[in-house]
Ligand binder design. Structure first.
Ligand code: NAD
Length: 254
């Protein structure tokens, strides 16, 4: 049990990568607040984790709403007594070329992916400072590190998350809060974010040419949340099958 007696809040945890992280943390002994804008699905997820022997509670949280963010942190503390770990996972994707970008689309992506991460981190860090420390794990993306067609808003939001990770690592270090990011490559989730043709193009640029599994992201999050991660802060851990490392990759290895 690598997270025994720890309390974690995962945003966007009703499904996908967030759900896998919540499940792994619960299996490792953490009490988990399963938060999501979709409360009904968050409730189902929390019930499933409880049914598997974990401790989990659902919470309605739209990460763009400061009042809901404060309420979610209070909920974690009232329900489980403290908050040790925040995973900023809630995120949305759209594809639009810059020439076609609307201001609404741009602002929506930035507000959820980047502003939401800042609001949740700010509120959680205040609680963690009172408690003597904690961990913040931000789910970024390979799109925050590389150019890509149609990824202006999404990529800029995730590049912002990566820089925010660095800034918070520096600012929160003296409070014993470690702040790291995970940058997933294309990951198999219930609601696919790309067509299979688009997915094939991405896979062809990876050293390990298969989709990432949510459980593999959860394993990286577990490492960053646990005691094995003692002096690592401000780091971006790519879980991307070598996408960010790769240049030209031929299928035959030649
Ligand atoms: N799936 C991938 O290939 C991939 C790759 C790289 C990075 N990511 C990142 O991983 C994270 C999770 O992605 P996923 O693929 O599991 O997505 P998903 O769509 O399966 O799940 C995202 C969850 O976030 C919730 N959500 C959306 N807006 C919200 C808001 N304003 N407040 C709170 N919750 C909200 C949704 O209800 C949903 O349950 C995102 O940050 C995404 O950018 C995903």
């Amino acid at each position: 049990m690598r997270l025994k007696n720890k309390v974690a809040l995962v945003t966007g945890a009703a499904r996908g990568i967030g759900k896998a992280i919540a499940a792994r943390f619960a299996a490792e002994g953490a009490s988990v607040v399963v938060s999501d804008i979709d409360f009904d699905e968050a409730t189902l997820t929390a019930s499933a984790l409880g049914g598997s022997g974990g401790v989990a509670a659902p919470c309605r949280l739209d990460v763009t709403q400061p009042g809901q963010v404060l309420a979610a942190i209070d909920f974690a503390r009232q329900r489980f007594g403290r908050l040790d770990i925040l995973v900023n996972n809630a995120g949305v994707t759209t594809r639009a070329p810059v020439l076609d970008m609307t201001l609404d689309a741009w602002e929506r992506i930035l507000r959820i992916n980047l502003t939401g991460t800042m609001l949740c981190s700010q509120a959680a860090a205040r609680a963690m400072i009172e408690a003597g420390g904690g961990r913040i794990i931000n789910i970024a993306s390979i799109s925050g590190q590389r150019g890509g067609s149609g990824r202006a808003a999404y990529g800029a939001s995730k590049a912002g998350v990566i820089n925010l990770t660095s800034v918070m690592a520096i600012e929160f270090g003296r409070h014993n809060i470690l702040v790291n990011a995970i940058a997933p490559g294309p990951t198999d989730v219930e609601r696919a974010h790309s067509t299979s043709a688009q997915r094939q193009v991405t896979l062809s640029r990876m050293a390990i040419q298969r989709a990432v599994q949510p459980a593999e992201i959860a394993s990286a999050a577990l490492f960053l949340a646990g005691d094995d991660c003692g002096m690592i802060t401000g780091h971006v851990l790519n879980v991307d099958g070598g996408f960010n490392t790769a240049g030209i990759v031929y299928a035959d290895g030649a």
